[in-house]
Design a protein around this ligand. Structure first.
Ligand SMILES: Nc1nc(=O)c(N)c(NC[C@H](O)[C@H](O)[C@H](O)COP(=O)(O)O)[nH]1
Ligand SMILES: [Zn+2]
Length: 158
């Protein structure tokens, strides 16, 4: 059956809405999907896990602890949906999610709702890094306005 990318991205957006709103980051949602089995293997949203955590970081960390066979082994085609592209540099200096994604291994495609706005760390060049490592980077269009509205809900209104 064809994969409904928009439905998965909309679900990730519903998770982003649960994130605490802060002026110093974005509220993002991420889900790990086995695209062949059409099954959601893990979910995450910004600051879901303790600390200054990112949606993708939480999603992947939960996958590790959920006792599922080692990431990527059991899945037939492991893909990640994230409402905002994985960070490649963080103002906090924490590990960027492009690195966490590559370390996880087995993820074939990253589906992205929007590019990261150049508010905190300038231009995000993570796409090239992911593609150089052999991942596919696909923009799922259609939810940009809603994703950005949720992502910046904690920011001062201009
Ligand atoms: N893809 C993505 N998922 C997230 O869950 C999240 N919060 C961001 N946000 C990117 C932004 O660049 C960083 O949030 C700031 O650079 C501040 O860095 P910290 O988050 O404090 O480490 N990006
Ligand atoms: Zn990140």
């Amino acid at each position: 059956a064809p994969v409904d990318h928009l439905a998965y991205m909309r679900y990730a957006l519903s998770l982003a809405k649960r994130a605490p709103r802060k002026p110093t980051n974005f509220c993002v949602g991420a889900i790990l999907v086995d695209e062949v089995a059409n099954a959601i293997l893990s979910t995450g949203y910004t600051m879901e896990l303790p600390g200054n955590t990112h949606a993708e970081q939480c999603c992947l960390a939960k996958m590790e602890t959920s006792g599922l066979p080692e990431t990527g082994v059991a899945a037939q085609k492991l893909v990640l949906y994230t409402t905002m592209e994985p960070c490649n540099k963080r103002a906090s200096g924490n590990v960027p999610c492009t690195e966490t994604i590559l370390k996880t291994g087995g993820i074939k495609v990253v589906y992205v709702g929007v590019k990261e706005p150049e508010k905190f760390v300038g231009g995000n060049v993570g796409r090239a890094k992911l593609e150089e490592a052999g991942l596919e980077y696909v923009h799922v269009s259609g939810l940009e306005a809603e994703i950005l509205e949720v992502a910046t809900a904690g920011h001062e209104k201009p």
